[in-house]
Write a protein that binds this ligand. Structure first.
Ligand code: GDP
Length: 196
């Protein structure tokens, strides 16, 4: 399977350091601690592909994973929570928005949110940039195992209502890394975006 073969390609701080802008790639965004690394690892059936990193120096990079010769996943920096100076945050935001806007091979954006705290300021900023860039988006409500089924469904409906009516494709899915809930659904959406 495509995702099981994912491996580290390169890390980039700015657009100049990114790999050649050809083929297709899907980016993952998420506020620190939302569960983004766990979601990427679950999706790729790997334990430590995306590393949980609490160190600001590492998290400011765009991490590129290669799926095959023409397809990539990209782990975007989660600046929302990290304790770093405002100036550094603004730098990250600048590079991130540049990447989302300019990257031709970028076909979709996955925004990973803790189901208990969805649509933070960070998430709304990513949504706005994604829409500006005309990207298809998938909002992943992860840690769904932390809520009862009914509460998880209610959270999903509330997020769907909140984002309805945007100009680009928008899907909301429940996800749980330990229970592997949502893995197949997400792979299906990514397959379509990546032209598999
Ligand atoms: P990141 O900073 O967004 O990459 O977040 P991590 O993937 O490192 O996850 C942050 C914390 O949430 C860790 O302690 C994970 O074990 C936990 N976590 C992540 N995903 C889930 C999930 O689906 N269910 C539960 N119960 N915990 C999760």
């Amino acid at each position: 399977r495509l995702y099981q073969g994912a491996h580290f390609l390169t890390a980039a701080v700015t657009l100049q350091h990114t790999p050649e802008d050809s083929g297709r790639e899907v980016a993952f965004a998420g506020r620190s601690n939302a569960g983004k690394s766990s979601a990427i690892n679950a999706l790729c059936h790997q334990k430590s592909l995306a590393k949980t990193s609490k160190t600001p120096g590492r998290t400011q990079q765009l991490i590129f994973f290669e799926l095959d010769e023409t397809r990539r996943l990209v782990d975007l920096p989660g600046y929302g929570y990290a304790k770093v100076p405002e100036r550094i945050k603004r730098d990250w935001q600048y590079h991130l928005s540049q990447y989302l806007e300019a990257r031709q091979s970028l076909v979709g954006l996955v925004i990973v949110m803790d189901i208990r705290h969805p649509l933070t300021d960070y998430d709304r900023q990513m949504l706005a940039w994604g829409q500006q860039a005309g990207l298809a988006m998938l909002l992943l409500l992860t840690k769904a195992d932390k809520l009862k089924r009914g509460a998880a469904q209610a959270a999903r409906l509330a997020v769907e209502r909140a984002v309805r009516g945007g100009p680009t494709e928008m899907t909301v899915e429940l996800f749980s890394a330990p229970e592997r809930q949502g893995v197949v659904a997400v792979q299906g959406i990514l397959d379509r975006w990546l032209g598999v």
